[in-house]
Write a protein that binds this ligand. Structure first.
Ligand code: NAD
Length: 295
């Protein structure tokens, strides 16, 4: 039986680890949060007492951690010293390209195969096993990576070599951050103009305003039952995480000499919203800013 070590069982990792267990794999799970670990246990994973214990004897190690520093630390201090060299190492967190390349180089030097494999689709797709994966890896390793990823994915792309998965992800999330703000501005304007926002959703979903932020993740409660707007913006993709990704995109743009002015505007708006105390709420809650209702 394939043995998976799953590290990081938060909003995304919880559902992803559960799908590995559902697929009949033996999942050794670890998170710093006892509540997250209990949830994983209820979903069929075996709780481990540490990363070192989880990775023991693993065929693959999957990490789903908040940001670059967590990934660098967990790999350097715990995964690389304790996992078997045959284990396939797959980091699904969204982190900066430099950290992804640094961890890949360390893993390779230690004799491991490594992939950066960030995901898109949100918590509903994490639970349903329908995420899109963007993989940066050595080409010969891709089929084995695809096989490990399969219970969690709808589609998997090899974006290129190490770091290319993260490059694809931060560009994608810059589109997402900008489009969510556009959708929120339009919904708030529709309301002000006396147009029912739900009716606007119906119309624009079939018109040229159609986009994922509107049709799959509508920030207005009602039209998309799985969207965090229906549960007071709890869970989902935290504002602080979106802000992190927009910062990553701006840093990458500055280093590459690329212009990304709308990405910069989106970063500024999410920074304000974060400062107002909404860092842990889903990023679609930024609708509140445009409605002038911060309750
Ligand atoms: P989260 O904060 O809900 O989960 C992260 C988990 O990592 C937490 O449970 C935390 O306790 C755990 N953790 C932190 N440090 C750890 C350590 N040293 N050892 C073990 N566990 C540790 O975050 P999330 O929403 O699940 O996001 C995880 C990653 O996925 C982020 O990089 C995020 O940008 C990315 N992402 C999130 C979404 C989304 O919709 N939430 C979508 C795509 C990508």
């Amino acid at each position: 039986m394939t043995r998976i070590a799953f590290i990081g069982l938060g909003n995304m990792g919880g559902g992803m680890a559960a799908n590995q267990a559902k697929a009949g794999r033996e999942v050794m799970a670890f998170d710093l949060s006892a509540a997250a670990l209990d949830k994983a246990k209820a979903a069929g994973c075996a709780p481990a007492a540490s990363v070192a214990e989880a990775v023991k004897g693993a065929d693959a190690v999957i990490t789903m951690l908040p940001a670059g520093p967590h990934v660098r630390q967990v790999y350097a201090e715990q995964v690389l010293p304790h996992a078997p060299k045959s284990a396939l190492l797959i980091d699904c967190s969204t982190i900066d390209v430099e950290s992804a390349r640094a961890v890949a180089a360390q893993a390779k030097a230690a004799g491991f195969r490594f992939a950066d494999a960030p995901v898109s689709g949100g918590t509903a797709a994490a639970e349903a096993g329908t995420l899109a994966f963007m993989v940066g890896c050595d080409e010969p390793d891709f089929p084995a990576i695809e096989d490990i990823i399969s219970p969690m994915s709808r589609v998997t792309f090899r974006a290129g070599d190490h770091g290319a998965g993260q490059a694809a992800k931060i560009c994608n999330n810059m589109v997402l951050g900008i489009s969510m703000i556009g959708v929120c501005e339009a919904l708030a304007l529709a309301e002000k103009l006396g147009l029912d926002p739900v009716k606007f959703h119906e119309i624009s979903s079939q018109s040229s305003g159609q986009c994922w932020s509107l049709t799959s993740y509508c920030p207005w409660p009602g039209p998309v039952p799985t969207a965090p707007s229906n549960r007071d913006y709890e869970g989902g993709f935290a504002t602080a995480m979106m802000l992190k990704d927009l910062k990553l995109a701006q840093e990458a743009a500055a280093k590459a000499g690329a212009a990304a002015p709308l990405g910069a505007q989106a970063e500024g708006l999410y920074a304000v919203f974060d400062r107002l105390g909404f860092g842990s709420r889903d990023f679609s809650a930024i609708l509140k800013l445009f409605r002038g209702d911060l309750s």
